[in-house]
Design a binder for this molecule. Structure first.
Ligand SMILES: C[S@@+](CC[C@H](N)C(=O)[O-])C[C@H]1O[C@@H](n2cnc3c(N)ncnc32)[C@H](O)[C@@H]1O
Length: 288
């Protein structure tokens, strides 16, 4: 069992929004200059099909929950710093793709500290409701605290549960999101089936996660970034093993095309995978 220690290094609070936009512009320009032939924010060709993601997961649910409990105190700031604020833009894109409307009942799976659920809350307004589901009590405590600091209080219930066994009846939700969760569940097919079960007919879902770009230079850049920036920073915070798992989990993660296939097998009527930021991230957009 890992002990829960406070991080040795305190990070500054969130990056200002103008910095996020500035970083987005710079990143897009750098990516375009260095990789002129890479597709940015458009469907791309996919790498050959692999099936390693379907093998037994390396970690079990308890180990995964322990990791997310442990990184909870620094999770938000680390996301900001490691993505130069970009994760906020990617999350906003996912929320938009899930098409939440005022008055809707929405679901955010693997909600963590609540980024996507809070965004959904703004879209559904006072007449709607959002359920943020996660099995990490430490992440949920931060999510709850963040929503309590907002005025008016967002219409969100934070639910401690396993997304593989959702405590909701069939056909319950108008829209759903999942940010960086699908790569972490122990069964992707099961998770997609469970999501399909709780959505209403015609409801949309958007699933954001890392993606291996098909462009080899971008892929090398992503690997370099994970190995040279992400893991050393996490190491300095005493969180080496928590962040070193990203790369192997990404290797096992299905490609966009495979995600589409799995979603169809789970029963979704429509499934499209959109690579974003040159394919280093992707959003799987589904309609029930
Ligand atoms: C990388 S975090 C993402 C948090 C948040 N969605 C975001 O984008 O910032 C993944 C979250 O998934 C949760 N998680 C992983 N497997 C889960 C499962 N089977 N049931 C519920 N939560 C799960 C973890 O506890 C963690 O909070």
């Amino acid at each position: 069992m890992l002990s829960v220690a406070s991080p040795p290094l305190a990070l500054p609070n969130k990056l200002p929004i103008h910095f996020t936009k500035f970083a987005a512009t710079i990143c897009a320009k750098v990516l375009k200059t260095v990789f002129p032939n890479a597709a940015i924010a458009s469907p791309i060709d996919y790498v050959p099909l692999s099936t390693s993601w379907n093998k037994v997961a390396i970690m079990n649910s308890t180990e995964i929950r322990t990791i997310f409990d442990r990184i909870a105190p620094v999770y938000d700031q680390l996301n900001d710093w490691l993505s130069l604020g970009q994760h906020r833009i990617w999350k906003q894109m996912a929320v938009k793709w899930s098409q939440p409307q005022a008055g809707n009942t929405c679901l955010d799976l693997c909600c963590g500290s609540g980024d996507l659920a809070l965004r959904l809350g703004r879209q559904v307004g006072a007449t709607g409701h959002v359920y943020g589901v996660d099995f990490s009590p430490a992440q949920l405590a931060i999510a709850r605290e963040r929503s309590q600091r907002q005025y008016p209080r967002p219409p969100i219930s934070w639910v401690e549960a396993d997304v593989l066994h959702l405590p909701f009846s069939d056909n319950y939700f108008d829209a759903a999101t999942m940010g960086y969760g699908l790569r972490n569940v122990t069964s992707i097919p099961h998770s997609l089936k469970e999501l399909h079960r709780v959505l209403k007919l015609g409801a949309k879902a958007a699933i954001l996660d890392f993606h291996r770009p098909s462009n080899l230079q971008l892929r090398a850049f992503q690997q370099w970034y994970l190995d040279t920036i992400v893991v050393p920073i996490a190491h300095n915070l005493g969180l080496t093993e928590e962040y070193a798992y990203i790369s192997p989990s990404l290797d096992r993660f299905p490609t966009g095309r495979e995600q589409v296939e799995l979603a169809r097998q789970a029963g979704f009527a429509e499934a499209i995978h959109y690579p974003i930021s040159g394919g280093i991230m992707g959003v799987l957009v589904l309609a029930r």
